[in-house]
Design a protein around this ligand. Structure first.
Ligand SMILES: [Ca+2]
Ligand SMILES: [Ca+2]
Length: 249
């Protein structure tokens, strides 16, 4: 059977310029819808990873405490909270590896806190720093095996032993060094941060001299979240603190 020459020409004429433009426009619209969705999903996934890290890290600290009847800290370390508790790696007064400040509130005379690599060396049974000669973990028990990172920006334990979340924030850790069943964190204890904010903290009624907010428990772990910043002059649920990732919530 012979084919009709007119039909043949019509079937193979290709796309017109207008048809091509319509297709391109549709693809552009689909991409513009999809990209923010994918970006949000990626942030959500990183937050979930940070939460898992915090659960594992807290579990490791509690296991260490059960074995050694102390928290993983340097020998004879002084508490950096008046109530006797200890915070590691407070972002206040610190900068990220790229030089960007971690506190948008610019707290004057920020308190000094040890890096979280003290805790990590002990929990990972690494012969270094506070755990030199395995002094703080003589049984050499490995309590935690996090991923390692090649730089000071990526998720995992970096070259200097600091444990960071998927946004590049070092995990902030506070422990109930005083052993009174409440743990205070140098940032979240602050009235200006936690008063009136529903973030699972309670006023410490044992502190008669000043108002402070604490967690009932022994360990607090948190991170500044996707924006990689905190604001020491804002409430816990405001400004740069809104996206902070709180391991106890
Ligand atoms: Ca305490
Ligand atoms: Ca934040």
């Amino acid at each position: 059977m012979k084919s009709n020459p007119t039909q043949f020409i019509q079937r193979n004429r290709g796309f017109t310029l207008v048809e091509m433009l319509v297709v391109i426009a549709i693809i552009a619209i689909l991409v513009s819808i999809t990209v923010p969705f994918v970006a949000r999903a990626m942030v959500k996934s990183k937050v979930a990873t940070a939460r898992t890290d915090m659960i594992n890290l807290k579990g490791a600290i509690v296991s260490y405490q059960n074995d050694y009847s102390r928290f993983p800290s340097a020998r004879g370390v002084a508490p950096n909270l008046k109530g006797g508790d200890l915070t590691f790696h407070l972002p206040i007064g610190r900068k990220h590896a790229d030089g960007s400040p971690q506190d948008a509130g610019n707290w004057p005379n920020p308190p000094l806190t040890p890096d979280n690599n003290v805790v990590m060396a002990i929990l990972m049974a690494i012969d270094n720093g506070a755990n030199k000669n395995h002094g703080r973990n003589p049984k050499k028990t490995t309590y935690l095996t996090p991923n390692s990172a090649d730089d000071a920006f990526s998720a995992g334990v970096g070259p200097n032993g600091v444990f960071r979340d998927p946004f590049g924030n070092p995990y902030v850790i506070s422990v109930d060094l005083a052993g009174d069943g409440n743990v205070a964190d140098l940032f979240y204890r602050e009235t200006g941060v936690s008063k009136g904010a529903s973030i699972g903290l309670v006023r410490n009624v044992d502190n008669k001299t000043e108002e402070e907010y604490v967690l009932r428990g022994s360990v607090m772990i948190w991170s500044p979240g996707p924006d990689r910043q905190v604001n020491s002059k804002a409430g816990a649920l405001a400004k740069e603190n809104t996206d902070n990732i709180l391991g106890w919530r």
